[in-house]
Design a protein around this ligand. Structure first.
Ligand SMILES: Cc1cc2nc3c(=O)[nH]c(=O)nc-3n(C[C@H](O)[C@H](O)[C@H](O)COP(=O)(O)O)c2cc1C
Length: 352
């Protein structure tokens, strides 16, 4: 197969290994085709120090999908990436593939391909590949981890897909597979905005370390965005956390949990206080038409949770402080679903 490239450079971000695997598969294909390749971890790279890629280079960006977009670390990296005079680029996102009755149900990419392509094109890149890859969901705060056998079946299929994609783009045949999803991607775009402006900050504070924590500090040392620190002798997650799930899945003691009980209590308190506040506001002050923004559930919910965010940060701090008391630590742990033995942790298979 003939290639037009002398160099392939892939910039990747990966919480639990899925996007890193995709980057590695593409580099393996490049090596087979005799193209020099490099894989560079976005979280360990200063974007300002990157030399603008020249013609004959293919630049790739591989990263997971978070809230129907790339996580902030990848978004900022692409935004600040140097311009080019003649290099090509591709964008690959890993998404949550769910296996149901032997079929892999695809995840949702949202707007990431469109926004990343526009940014890269304005910097002079010719886009030659846009592809979503459905690898196992790592979001174990939300659902139990997919068992290893299922993970391997998904990996086998997706490796073939990524290798085929790599062969095509490296030999000058563009692939725009991501554009097939344009309808559903556009429909969910308002959710992306809600996630970026509000949701991700809530999610950043959805971890705690139980008494099983041995203070090995692996979560602190390996956090790609330096969001974990020790506060008052206990692990603390700052709002910078990208929720990449790295810490939770690598913790050797399985001590990192999601405080489901605490989150449910918070949502319950917000919903009852906000509905009384809205009723009071409408009854006493509001004179506008009935079908106004205040009666639009999505808009009013967004406003309520935006206003409640500082309150959530404060209660997270209080919860963190109170966890020094054994009874509180026990309540937090026992009301966490991630504490259940069968819930498990996500491990990207090593054999691929
Ligand atoms: C906070 C968070 C948000 C996510 N949002 C999405 C999403 O919007 N769409 C989707 O298909 N998958 C979503 N996922 C699943 C991941 O994108 C998916 O598991 C990915 O393959 C993980 O890649 P990594 O191992 O390289 O981090 C989300 C996962 C997390 C932890």
């Amino acid at each position: 197969m003939k290639t037009q490239y002398k160099q392939l450079t892939i910039y990747y971000f990966s919480g639990t290994g899925n996007a890193k695997h995709c980057a590695a598969w593409i580099c393996e294909t490049a090596d087979r085709l005799g193209i020099k390749s490099d894989m560079i971890d976005i979280s360990k790279t200063e974007v300002g120090s990157i030399i603008p890629p020249s013609a004959g280079t293919l630049v790739g960006f591989c990263s997971p999908t978070h809230g129907f977009h790339f996580p902030e670390i990848t978004r900022k990296f692409i935004f600040r990436f140097p311009s080019t005079a003649g290099a090509d680029a591709f964008v690959l996102n890993t998404r949550a593939g769910v296996r149901l009755f032997k079929i892999v149900i695809p995840g949702l990419s949202g707007v990431l391909h469109y926004i990343s392509s526009i940014i890269l094109m304005t910097k002079g890149y010719r886009i030659t590949g846009l592809i979503p890859v459905d690898l196992p969901s790592n979001w174990i705060s939300l659902h139990p981890a997919i068992e290893q056998a299922g993970t391997e079946i998904i990996y086998e299929k997706q490796k073939i897909k990524v290798t085929g994609f790599a062969e095509k783009i490296l030999t000058g045949r563009p692939v725009y597979r991501a554009l097939y999803d344009i309808v559903q991607d556009t429909i969910i775009s308002p959710v992306t905005l809600g996630y970026i402006l509000i949701g991700r900050f809530y999610i950043s504070k959805s971890y705690f370390a139980s008494r099983k924590c041995s203070k090995c500090m692996r979560c602190i040392k390996e956090c790609p965005v330096n969001a974990v620190s020790v506060v008052n002798g206990r692990m603390f997650w700052s709002w910078k956390c990208e929720s990449c799930m790295h810490c939770m899945n690598i913790c050797p003691e399985r001590a990192i949990e999601t405080p489901h009980g605490f989150i449910i209590a918070f949502v319950y308190i917000v919903s009852i206080t906000s509905s009384s506040a809205i009723t009071y506001f409408i009854t006493n002050f509001y004179t506008g038409p009935y079908h106004s923004w205040i009666n639009n559930e999505l808009i009013s919910l967004t406003i309520i949770y935006a206003l409640a965010l500082p309150f959530y940060f404060i209660t997270y701090r209080i919860m963190h402080y109170l966890m020094r008391f054994r009874i509180i630590e026990r309540i937090m742990t026992l009301t966490s679903l991630t504490h259940l033995k069968y819930w498990g942790r996500y491990k990207a298979p090593t054999k691929f």
